[in-house]
Design a protein around this ligand. Structure first.
Ligand code: AMP
Length: 365
């Protein structure tokens, strides 16, 4: 079976690595000649608008998928003329626009923060009145890892924020004073079969994921999250892995956003679950039975931003695993991650202290 992936970053790379044991072949399309998935699969060098390259990928592949949600919806349309494409085009289109996404959540009865669209400075002032401050101003499109967003705390901050972001359509979110952030990783196969990974707790800094812990034991929240995920999977007739990020406030979930792809908060599943999110995404899009999503013991994942620690120091920690993405070091760039696995939470905490000291200047998650 041949799998084409639009996007050749670390997510594509880990999909490829998970697909080798299944006997799959891969080609990835990426505008960067040094895209890191190109080290483990054949790289088609081309832009996401490049119809010739997209057709070339579709003609070869039995199924096409994505490693990021901002591929133009037109790319999915071109691919689907020649091959099966999962997840569905609608899921990509919704996830690309924070307004469409929040509207869908709202329609499905999934609690969202108060929000308002903003297309002018006057509308920003109105929106700030309605939503209240503090609030988070975000670009509707192409925002990720905290890019294209600003927290507004006082009325004086509105105009500078408008100057910085106002060239594009915006959305103003009420600031959620959350107790913690969690994510749900859900997968649906071609036959409609679904499976859910245990709830994951996530810690962000400057809008970027730093650490995940799983399973995060909170049965009531988990039930709520699985219920919301199920509504989205069914409404979108989804196939593949879907990640949904939530805030936890007053013991309930408020949705932030979804990603129609494998997700950074699911990297722990490579060592920490019976079947990784990468293998299950592939099983889903190929119409194969899904694998168990059960966690094995306790896991933590630490992102390596900018540079990687020495492998020997990491691997000296019992239960630690090293994942380098083959990317050149650059400040703030996700260049790898570490997973720590233990069968006892106290052992996990002890190992985590040692690993945290090696990552990101040793600062807490
Ligand atoms: P996003 O790009 O929407 O995933 O936001 C990145 C991170 O910024 C989130 O994981 C939160 O930590 C924070 N954030 C985003 N929106 C809000 C909000 N409405 N209230 C509080 N924090 C937020």
């Amino acid at each position: 079976m041949k799998v084409g992936i639009v996007g050749g970053g670390q997510l594509a790379r880990m999909l490829v690595l998970a697909g080798y044991p299944l006997g799959l072949q891969f080609r990835v399309l990426d505008p960067a000649a040094d895209a890191c998935a190109g080290q483990v699969a054949e790289l088609i060098h081309g832009g996401y608008h490049d119809e010739t390259r997209l057709r070339q990928l579709a003609a070869w592949a039995d199924v096409a998928t994505f490693d990021f949600e901002n591929a133009p919806a037109a790319a999915a349309a071109i691919l689907s003329r020649q091959t099966a494409v999962y997840p569905p085009e609608e899921a990509l289109a919704v996830a690309q626009d924070r307004l469409a996404e929040k509207t869908l959540f709202w329609e499905l009865g999934i609690p969202v923060p108060t929000f308002s669209t903003v297309d002018s400075l006057a509308e920003l002032h109105d929106a700030a009145q309605r939503v209240g401050l503090p609030a988070v101003l975000k670009t509707r499109r192409l925002g990720y890892d905290g890019k294209g967003q600003r927290v507004l705390r006082t009325a004086e901050e509105l105009e500078p924020a408008w100057q910085a972001l106002g060239a594009a359509p915006l959305i103003l979110d009420g600031f959620v004073p959350f107790e913690r952030e969690v994510s749900v990783l859900a997968v649906r196969g071609r036959s409609g079969e679904t499976a859910f990974y245990p709830l994951v707790e996530n810690q962000h800094r400057d809008g970027i994921l730093r650490r995940s812990h799983a399973p995060f034991y909170a049965p009531k929240l988990e039930r709520e999250g699985f219920d919301y995920a199920r509504r989205l999977l069914e409404r979108l007739n989804y196939v593949g892995l879907l990640a949904i990020e939530f805030f936890v406030k007053d013991g309930h979930l408020i949705v932030n956003e979804m990603a129609p792809r494998v997700h950074n908060s699911g990297h722990w599943t490579i060592e920490g679950a019976v079947t990784s999110q990468f293998e299950n995404h592939l099983r889903a899009i190929l119409g194969l039975p899904l694998g168990s999503t059960a966690a094995i013991g306790y896991s933590a994942m630490l992102n390596c931003l900018g540079e990687l620690p020495e492998p020997a120091a990491v691997l000296a920690v019992p239960g630690a695993h090293y994942h380098a993405y083959g990317k050149a070091p650059r400040p703030g760039r996700k260049v790898g991650h570490l997973t720590l696995w233990a069968d006892d939470p106290a052992v996990l905490q002890a190992g985590l202290k040692r690993l945290a000291a090696l990552v990101d200047g040793g600062s807490p998650g």
